[in-house]
Write a protein that binds this ligand. Sequence first.
Ligand SMILES: [Zn+2]
Ligand SMILES: [Zn+2]
Length: 251
Amino acid sequence: MLIMKHHVKNVELTGRADLHMHTTVSDGIATVAAMLDHVAKRGELDVIAITDHDRLEASLWAYAHRDRYPFEIIPGLEVTTRDGHVLALWCTDPIAEGMSLAETCSAIHDQGGVAVLAHPFEPTIAPKASWRYFRQPQVLVESGVDAIEVFNAGAFTPGNNWLAGLVFKNSPLPFVGNSDAHMPASVGTGITHFRGKTADDLRTSLKHGWTAAEGKPWGLTVYLKLSLIMIPKKLNGSLETNAPSARPTLT
Ligand SMILES: [Zn+2]
Ligand SMILES: [Zn+2]
Protein backbone atom coordinates (compact mmCIF):
# COMPACT_ATOMS: atom_id res chain seq x y z
CA MET A 1 0.00 0.00 0.00
CA LEU A 2 1.28 3.39 -1.01
CA ILE A 3 0.65 6.21 1.44
CA MET A 4 0.96 9.86 0.47
CA LYS A 5 0.63 12.63 2.94
CA HIS A 6 1.96 16.06 3.41
CA HIS A 7 1.55 18.84 5.93
CA VAL A 8 0.06 16.34 8.35
CA LYS A 9 1.90 16.57 11.60
CA ASN A 10 0.82 15.32 14.97
CA VAL A 11 -2.71 14.76 13.81
CA GLU A 12 -4.16 11.29 14.13
CA LEU A 13 -6.01 10.33 10.96
CA THR A 14 -8.56 7.80 12.16
CA GLY A 15 -11.29 8.21 9.53
CA ARG A 16 -11.39 6.32 6.22
CA ALA A 17 -13.22 7.63 3.17
CA ASP A 18 -13.60 6.59 -0.48
CA LEU A 19 -15.01 9.58 -2.34
CA HIS A 20 -15.07 8.46 -5.95
CA MET A 21 -17.14 5.58 -7.34
CA HIS A 22 -19.52 4.90 -10.21
CA THR A 23 -22.79 3.05 -10.68
CA THR A 24 -24.90 1.93 -13.64
CA VAL A 25 -26.20 5.51 -13.84
CA SER A 26 -22.91 6.29 -15.59
CA ASP A 27 -20.33 3.67 -16.57
CA GLY A 28 -20.25 1.48 -13.47
CA ILE A 29 -21.45 -2.11 -13.66
CA ALA A 30 -23.31 -2.31 -10.35
CA THR A 31 -26.40 -0.49 -9.14
CA VAL A 32 -26.11 2.10 -6.42
CA ALA A 33 -27.81 -0.30 -3.98
CA ALA A 34 -25.30 -3.04 -4.80
CA MET A 35 -22.39 -0.65 -4.28
CA LEU A 36 -23.74 0.55 -0.94
CA ASP A 37 -24.52 -2.98 0.25
CA HIS A 38 -20.95 -3.93 -0.57
CA VAL A 39 -19.54 -0.99 1.40
CA ALA A 40 -21.73 -2.02 4.34
CA LYS A 41 -20.59 -5.63 4.12
CA ARG A 42 -16.92 -4.71 4.04
CA GLY A 43 -17.39 -2.36 6.95
CA GLU A 44 -14.08 -0.60 6.48
CA LEU A 45 -15.20 2.85 5.41
CA ASP A 46 -16.61 5.68 7.48
CA VAL A 47 -17.60 8.02 4.64
CA ILE A 48 -18.25 7.45 0.94
CA ALA A 49 -19.44 9.41 -2.10
CA ILE A 50 -21.12 8.05 -5.23
CA THR A 51 -19.82 10.20 -8.08
CA ASP A 52 -21.20 9.25 -11.48
CA HIS A 53 -20.04 11.14 -14.56
CA ASP A 54 -22.22 14.26 -14.80
CA ARG A 55 -25.21 12.47 -13.28
CA LEU A 56 -26.66 12.79 -9.81
CA GLU A 57 -29.49 10.24 -9.70
CA ALA A 58 -27.61 7.46 -7.92
CA SER A 59 -25.79 9.81 -5.60
CA LEU A 60 -29.00 11.55 -4.55
CA TRP A 61 -30.68 8.19 -4.04
CA ALA A 62 -27.78 7.11 -1.82
CA TYR A 63 -27.92 10.37 0.09
CA ALA A 64 -31.69 10.13 0.57
CA HIS A 65 -31.29 6.61 1.98
CA ARG A 66 -28.21 7.32 4.05
CA ASP A 67 -29.93 6.39 7.32
CA ARG A 68 -30.08 2.76 6.17
CA TYR A 69 -26.33 2.40 6.06
CA PRO A 70 -23.69 2.13 8.81
CA PHE A 71 -21.44 4.73 7.17
CA GLU A 72 -21.92 8.32 6.08
CA ILE A 73 -22.76 9.36 2.53
CA ILE A 74 -21.82 12.61 0.79
CA PRO A 75 -23.78 13.59 -2.32
CA GLY A 76 -21.83 14.52 -5.44
CA LEU A 77 -20.79 13.84 -9.02
CA GLU A 78 -17.73 13.70 -11.26
CA VAL A 79 -17.93 16.70 -13.58
CA THR A 80 -16.46 16.49 -17.08
CA THR A 81 -14.68 19.80 -17.57
CA ARG A 82 -12.55 21.17 -20.38
CA ASP A 83 -9.60 20.73 -18.04
CA GLY A 84 -10.14 17.20 -16.76
CA HIS A 85 -12.49 15.55 -14.28
CA VAL A 86 -13.52 17.29 -11.08
CA LEU A 87 -15.28 15.64 -8.15
CA ALA A 88 -18.03 17.93 -6.90
CA LEU A 89 -18.61 16.79 -3.33
CA TRP A 90 -21.48 17.97 -1.13
CA CYS A 91 -23.29 18.95 -4.34
CA THR A 92 -26.95 18.12 -5.00
CA ASP A 93 -27.59 20.22 -8.12
CA PRO A 94 -26.33 19.43 -11.62
CA ILE A 95 -23.20 21.19 -12.89
CA ALA A 96 -22.73 21.93 -16.59
CA GLU A 97 -20.17 19.89 -18.51
CA GLY A 98 -17.41 21.43 -20.59
CA MET A 99 -16.58 24.46 -18.46
CA SER A 100 -13.05 25.45 -17.47
CA LEU A 101 -11.55 24.27 -14.19
CA ALA A 102 -12.08 27.70 -12.58
CA GLU A 103 -15.70 27.97 -13.78
CA THR A 104 -16.43 24.47 -12.53
CA CYS A 105 -14.90 25.14 -9.11
CA SER A 106 -16.91 28.31 -8.76
CA ALA A 107 -20.14 26.48 -9.74
CA ILE A 108 -19.32 23.89 -7.06
CA HIS A 109 -18.64 26.57 -4.45
CA ASP A 110 -21.87 28.37 -5.40
CA GLN A 111 -23.80 25.39 -4.04
CA GLY A 112 -21.60 25.01 -1.00
CA GLY A 113 -19.59 22.11 -2.39
CA VAL A 114 -15.96 21.02 -2.34
CA ALA A 115 -13.98 20.68 -5.59
CA VAL A 116 -11.46 17.85 -5.92
CA LEU A 117 -9.34 17.53 -9.06
CA ALA A 118 -9.52 13.83 -10.00
CA HIS A 119 -6.58 11.85 -11.47
CA PRO A 120 -4.68 15.03 -12.56
CA PHE A 121 -2.16 13.16 -14.70
CA GLU A 122 -4.34 10.65 -16.50
CA PRO A 123 -3.22 11.64 -20.03
CA THR A 124 -6.17 10.03 -21.77
CA ILE A 125 -8.65 12.52 -20.26
CA ALA A 126 -7.34 16.07 -20.85
CA PRO A 127 -3.68 15.91 -21.91
CA LYS A 128 -3.22 19.66 -22.34
CA ALA A 129 -4.59 20.35 -18.89
CA SER A 130 -2.39 17.62 -17.36
CA TRP A 131 0.64 19.21 -18.95
CA ARG A 132 -0.34 22.59 -17.50
CA TYR A 133 -0.80 21.11 -14.01
CA PHE A 134 2.62 19.52 -14.33
CA ARG A 135 4.32 22.75 -15.36
CA GLN A 136 2.30 25.11 -13.17
CA PRO A 137 0.94 23.20 -10.17
CA GLN A 138 -0.17 26.51 -8.61
CA VAL A 139 -2.90 26.72 -11.30
CA LEU A 140 -4.99 24.46 -9.09
CA VAL A 141 -5.05 26.88 -6.18
CA GLU A 142 -5.64 29.80 -8.56
CA SER A 143 -8.60 27.97 -10.11
CA GLY A 144 -10.26 27.31 -6.76
CA VAL A 145 -9.55 23.59 -6.38
CA ASP A 146 -9.98 22.48 -2.74
CA ALA A 147 -8.14 19.13 -2.82
CA ILE A 148 -6.16 16.92 -5.18
CA GLU A 149 -6.78 13.24 -5.83
CA VAL A 150 -3.14 12.15 -5.80
CA PHE A 151 -4.11 8.50 -5.62
CA ASN A 152 -6.72 7.04 -7.97
CA ALA A 153 -6.75 3.23 -7.87
CA GLY A 154 -8.19 3.07 -11.39
CA ALA A 155 -5.55 5.33 -12.98
CA PHE A 156 -4.51 3.26 -15.93
CA THR A 157 -1.26 4.90 -16.95
CA PRO A 158 1.68 3.65 -14.90
CA GLY A 159 3.36 6.29 -12.75
CA ASN A 160 0.32 8.53 -12.77
CA ASN A 161 -0.24 8.56 -9.00
CA TRP A 162 3.45 8.68 -8.23
CA LEU A 163 3.79 11.74 -10.48
CA ALA A 164 0.86 13.48 -8.77
CA GLY A 165 2.41 12.94 -5.34
CA LEU A 166 5.69 14.34 -6.59
CA VAL A 167 4.40 17.36 -8.51
CA PHE A 168 2.02 18.47 -5.75
CA LYS A 169 4.41 17.72 -2.90
CA ASN A 170 4.67 21.40 -2.05
CA SER A 171 1.09 22.33 -2.89
CA PRO A 172 -0.91 23.75 0.01
CA LEU A 173 -3.89 21.64 -1.09
CA PRO A 174 -4.86 18.52 0.85
CA PHE A 175 -4.39 15.07 -0.70
CA VAL A 176 -7.16 12.56 -1.20
CA GLY A 177 -7.05 8.94 -2.34
CA ASN A 178 -10.00 7.20 -3.99
CA SER A 179 -10.88 3.93 -5.69
CA ASP A 180 -12.78 5.27 -8.74
CA ALA A 181 -14.54 1.93 -8.38
CA HIS A 182 -16.73 0.82 -11.28
CA MET A 183 -17.64 -2.44 -9.53
CA PRO A 184 -18.13 -3.46 -5.90
CA ALA A 185 -14.85 -5.40 -5.67
CA SER A 186 -12.83 -2.22 -6.27
CA VAL A 187 -14.42 -0.19 -3.47
CA GLY A 188 -11.84 0.88 -0.91
CA THR A 189 -8.79 0.27 -3.14
CA GLY A 190 -8.12 4.00 -2.68
CA ILE A 191 -8.61 5.65 0.70
CA THR A 192 -8.61 9.16 2.11
CA HIS A 193 -7.54 9.13 5.73
CA PHE A 194 -8.84 12.05 7.79
CA ARG A 195 -9.18 13.27 11.33
CA GLY A 196 -12.38 12.06 12.99
CA LYS A 197 -15.04 9.71 11.62
CA THR A 198 -17.95 11.65 10.15
CA ALA A 199 -18.62 13.51 6.91
CA ASP A 200 -18.44 16.78 8.85
CA ASP A 201 -15.07 15.73 10.27
CA LEU A 202 -13.91 15.01 6.73
CA ARG A 203 -14.97 18.45 5.59
CA THR A 204 -13.09 20.05 8.48
CA SER A 205 -10.06 17.90 7.71
CA LEU A 206 -10.07 18.99 4.07
CA LYS A 207 -10.14 22.59 5.19
CA HIS A 208 -7.14 22.14 7.46
CA GLY A 209 -5.15 19.67 5.38
CA TRP A 210 -5.60 16.81 7.87
CA THR A 211 -5.77 14.12 5.20
CA ALA A 212 -3.59 11.49 3.57
CA ALA A 213 -4.05 9.37 0.46
CA GLU A 214 -3.53 5.62 0.42
CA GLY A 215 -4.22 2.87 -2.01
CA LYS A 216 -3.30 0.03 -4.26
CA PRO A 217 -3.99 0.07 -7.99
CA TRP A 218 -6.77 -2.10 -9.41
CA GLY A 219 -5.45 -5.52 -10.37
CA LEU A 220 -5.22 -6.49 -14.00
CA THR A 221 -8.17 -8.85 -13.58
CA VAL A 222 -10.39 -5.90 -12.66
CA TYR A 223 -9.51 -4.12 -15.90
CA LEU A 224 -10.11 -7.32 -17.87
CA LYS A 225 -13.44 -7.95 -16.20
CA LEU A 226 -14.52 -4.36 -16.78
CA SER A 227 -13.49 -4.27 -20.41
CA LEU A 228 -15.27 -7.56 -21.10
CA ILE A 229 -18.43 -6.05 -19.71
CA MET A 230 -18.00 -2.53 -21.04
CA ILE A 231 -17.10 -3.35 -24.66
CA PRO A 232 -20.39 -5.06 -25.50
CA LYS A 233 -22.23 -2.24 -23.68
CA LYS A 234 -20.51 0.32 -25.88
CA LEU A 235 -21.20 -1.67 -29.04
CA ASN A 236 -24.87 -1.70 -28.14
CA GLY A 237 -24.74 2.03 -27.71
CA SER A 238 -26.82 1.56 -24.63
CA LEU A 239 -24.41 2.75 -21.98
CA GLU A 240 -26.84 5.25 -20.54
CA THR A 241 -30.03 3.30 -20.71
CA ASN A 242 -29.31 -0.39 -20.45
CA ALA A 243 -30.19 -0.78 -16.81
CA PRO A 244 -33.67 0.60 -16.25
CA SER A 245 -34.16 -1.62 -13.21
CA ALA A 246 -31.07 -0.07 -11.68
CA ARG A 247 -32.45 3.42 -11.88
CA PRO A 248 -33.24 4.62 -8.42
CA THR A 249 -36.65 6.09 -7.87
CA LEU A 250 -36.22 9.65 -6.76
CA THR A 251 -38.50 10.71 -4.02
ZN1 LIG B 1 -12.51 10.45 -14.09
ZN1 LIG C 1 -14.39 8.33 -12.04
